[in-house]
Design a protein around this ligand. Structure first.
Ligand code: FMN
Length: 421
């Protein structure tokens, strides 16, 4: 593998790279807090560059990338597993363990080992969305907007982005455990109250995206028959693969002006669910989707909506991130449901939308007026290191104030609404 790396092209064939190879188990264990998975991979190879050389035109990055790719291909041809990992959680510790000289920097980390499993290749994007001929073609491609507000996105762009969300696999879409428990708990409770925990009852999940909560509901209410409406085939296949029992996929057919409807028959479903999805959509599409929910539900059918509350600490953290310059649309590796276009909504806004769409609100609930300990840790991690010590006290504050939480529900980050057609 190293020989292949050394034959990779490099800028001006200068080969100004260094390869630090770590195989020693004790060193790999010591590295693990800085380089996730270093303890599990038998070999870690760090490609380093002197920061005073080859920075121009990104030549150092491009050369290192060529070497990584050669190693990955060679590893694959030998039946080994290779893993290119951008995430380094503690650069100082990494420098210390590798004993890097001051001017030398790690440009890439590649981990190798004997694979425990051989997963299939993850899906690729449609080339017609990506390849521009002769010039960058803004008019024909679903080029994604660099804005986090869904009003700047079309439904087709949201669909394209949702595909991007699932392509890296479910590991990037894990919510914090406390959120998962609360949402799963409410969905199970609301669906049982709606009486759909019986065979022959049909529940339709609207835009499950990663399918996390459709999977949870299928386990929570195993008697019901689940179906789902999605924007694209890749996402639908991803969802289907994770479900304990098959669920029928219905394409949400898009017209040039936005979402239209699925092929589910009028008044055929007993319940529908909409979990953290209104926030992704432009306003007009929210109405269209609720109209679709109403159309497919039987009279008296139940719609369960889960959404992020704009009048909660969610918005405070978003504002802080904005102020410190973290303005990316997608903040990679963040497990928050707010990947991509995402706008937290107020309780009134969602209630009004539901009532205008012909629903009667039956039950409201809220969870997390303050971040629970696991979420506090996770949110603080997205901020500068100096505030890391705040995670502990913030989590404890949540626990100390637990008796007051029911009075603070209007300010809960996660809001639940059960509505009836
Ligand atoms: C520059 C770069 C950085 C990456 N960093 C990470 C990472 O930090 N964590 C991770 O799990 N995967 C990482 N990956 C792996 C990608 O997730 C993976 O290549 C992608 O999902 C496609 O899968 P495939 O390479 O098996 O086709 C990285 C890939 C590249 C090219």
């Amino acid at each position: 593998m190293l020989e292949c790396a050394l034959w990779a092209p490099s800028a001006c064939n200068m080969q100004l790279w260094d390869f630090v190879v770590i195989t020693d188990k004790a060193t790999r264990d010591a590295l693990a807090p800085a380089v996730p998975h270093a303890d599990k991979a038998q070999v870690c190879i760090f490609i380093c560059y002197n920061t005073r050389f080859s920075q121009g035109s990104y030549a150092n990055i491009q050369s290192a990338s060529a070497a990584v790719m050669n190693m990955l291909l060679r590893a694959h041809s030998l039946g080994l597993g290779g893993f290119w990992q951008a995430t380094i959680t503690d650069r100082l510790l990494l420098r210390e363990i590798l004993r890097l000289p001051r001017d030398v920097e790690v440009l890439s980390t590649t981990l190798f080992g004997y694979p425990a499993e051989s997963p299939g290749a993850p899906a690729r994007r449609d080339p017609s969305h990506l390849v521009h001929w002769e010039k960058y073609d803004l008019t024909r491609k679903p080029v994604l907007p660099s804005a986090w507000r869904p009003t700047n996105w079309t439904l087709a762009q949201v669909a394209d982005y949702h595909q991007a969300r699932i392509r890296a696999g479910p590991r990037y879409n894990k919510p914090v455990a406390s959120e998962y428990r609360a949402v799963r708990g409410y969905l199970g409770h609301a669906l049982r109250r709606a009486g759909v925990n019986a065979s022959g009852k049909v529940v339709v999940d609207l835009l499950p995206c990663t399918g996390l909560y459709l999977e949870a509901m299928s386990n929570e209410v195993p008697e019901a028959s689940f179906q789902f409406v999605e924007l694209g085939r890749q996402v639908a296949e991803f969802v289907q693969r994770r479900l304990p029992r098959p669920a029928t996929f219905h394409q949400y057919a898009m017209t040039a002006t936005g979402g239209a409807s699925s092929d589910i028959a009028d008044a055929s479903s007993d319940a529908a669910t909409l979990v953290f999805r209104l926030e992704n959509l432009p306003t007009a599409e929210r109405r269209r989707l609720l109209a679709e929910a109403r159309r497919i539900l039987k009279p008296g059918g139940t719609l369960v909506v889960v959404h992020t509350n704009v009048r909660s600490y969610f918005e405070v953290f978003r504002a802080i991130r904005w102020l410190i310059g973290r303005r990316d649309v997608q903040y990679a590796l963040h497990t928050d449901p707010s990947l991509g276009p995402f706008e937290a909504l107020s309780n009134d806004e969602v209630s009004d939308l539901l009532v205008e769409s012909g629903f009667r609100i039956e039950h409201r609930h809220g969870a997390f007026p303050l971040p629970p300990p696991d979420e506090a840790k996770h949110r603080v991690r997205a901020l500068p290191r100096a505030v890391a010590p705040l995670a502990g006290p913030l989590g404890r504050l949540y626990e100390l104030t637990a008796p007051l939480h029911r009075f603070l529900r209007p300010f809960a980050r996660v809001r639940f609404i059960t509505a009836v057609k």
